[in-house]
Write a protein that binds this ligand. Structure first.
Ligand SMILES: Cc1cc2nc3c(=O)[nH]c(=O)nc-3n(C[C@H](O)[C@H](O)[C@H](O)COP(=O)(O)OP(=O)(O)OC[C@H]3O[C@@H](n4cnc5c(N)ncnc54)[C@H](O)[C@@H]3O)c2cc1C
Length: 298
């Protein structure tokens, strides 16, 4: 372990954190301690960390903005955060190349300023581009994969550039969702052109819609469960009478039943107990098994 700490320390210096609190690394504001935490700035640095993880048998987790994760009380490994990898490059023919750590909101803004239309619906989603691609983030019957042209990943030590046509996407299941070792490095998106003021107007409309239904005020990780074909998880939770149900500091939001909120000092265990309770009650009423949308890190 000393070898791992020492070799990372030499490269990352104060960017390598030891026994770092996870609470402020996620929108839920829940979580204990991670043994190691680092914010990488390049693919070279990423490869270096992964090489050392392999050598010293250290587990790792790739983190974007932490807006879709529930952290444990203790993570015995290293959290590798992408937020410092955030270059955006405008290309010819309405294409934009974006590093995975770029905030989706930044990309939306850059699109607007450059008359590029496509992501208006994504305004208000608080994650990175990498997280959005991994989760195939979406809203208002739209999803990010609709604008993806190609993606560059690091998998098994190799960099691969893959055309989006050769990838499969499902509802909230994006780029190599089931392969935890696949790291999204950057992506090229293809948009249409529209006047800036029209893009802005549409963004504002989506934002208003979002604020009406999702203004939950407390920290959360967005929708906890995936929607079913004909009914949303929040409708089922609502009809099961679970709005406002609380376990410790974790509560079913009174504004949007699909959200679990942290009303104060929620613990990971509170959220997990509440999730299990909701699943049981919804199954009793609807004979439907709710699937998780959030990622439980363990
Ligand atoms: C208030 C609120 C509203 C939300 N509304 C929506 C919504 O409307 N629609 C929607 O789809 N989601 C929504 N979300 C959920 C969340 O914002 C999205 O899923 C977002 O895309 C996650 O991005 P992130 O960077 O925060 O990912 P993280 O939470 O950091 O990570 C999520 C997953 O992606 C993986 N990952 C992250 N970066 C990479 C990378 N570079 N390479 C490989 N894997 C990576 C992580 O390992 C993890 O498995 C909402 C969340 C909140 C808190």
């Amino acid at each position: 372990m000393f070898g791992f700490t020492n070799s990372l320390n030499r490269i990352f210096k104060e960017r390598l954190k030891i026994d770092e609190s996870l609470k402020n690394k996620c929108t839920f504001k829940i979580g204990g301690i991670t043994r190691f935490y680092v914010e990488i700035e390049s693919v070279k640095e990423l490869k270096f960390v992964l090489k050392k993880c392999k050598k010293y048998k250290i587990r790792y987790f790739i983190l974007g903005a932490g807006s879709n994760v529930l952290f444990p009380d203790y993570f015995d490994g290293i959290i590798i955060c992408t937020k410092r990898m955030n270059k955006v490059e405008l290309q010819n023919f309405n294409r934009v190349k974006v590093d995975s750590g770029t905030m989706l909101q930044n990309l939306c803004n850059i699109c607007k300023l450059n008359n590029l239309s496509g992501l208006e619906w994504a305004v208000g989603i608080p994650g990175t581009v990498g997280g959005a691609l991994r989760m195939n983030a979406g809203a208002f019957d739209n999803q990010i994969c609709n604008y993806l042209e190609s993606v560059t990943i690091l998998r098994n030590g190799k960099i691969e550039n893959i055309n989006a046509k050769n990838l499969s996407f499902e509802y909230r299941k994006g780029v190599f969702f089931d392969d935890k070792g696949c790291f999204i490095i950057n992506a090229v998106f293809h948009f249409k052109t529209k006047m800036k003021n029209i893009i802005e107007r549409n963004m504002n409309l989506y934002l208003v819609k979002r604020q009406k239904t999702q203004n939950v005020m407390f920290p959360s990780a967005g929708s906890v469960f995936k929607r079913k074909k004909n009914i949303t998880a929040s409708e089922m939770i609502d009809k099961a009478g679970l709005k406002g149900t609380a376990f410790g500091g974790a509560m079913v939001s009174k504004v949007h039943s699909g959200y679990i909120v942290n009303t104060g000092n929620a613990k990971t265990e509170d959220v997990i107990n509440l999730i299990n309770f909701i699943k049981t009650k919804v199954f009793e009423k609807f004979k439907e098994n709710l699937d998780l949308e959030i990622i439980i890190v363990n």
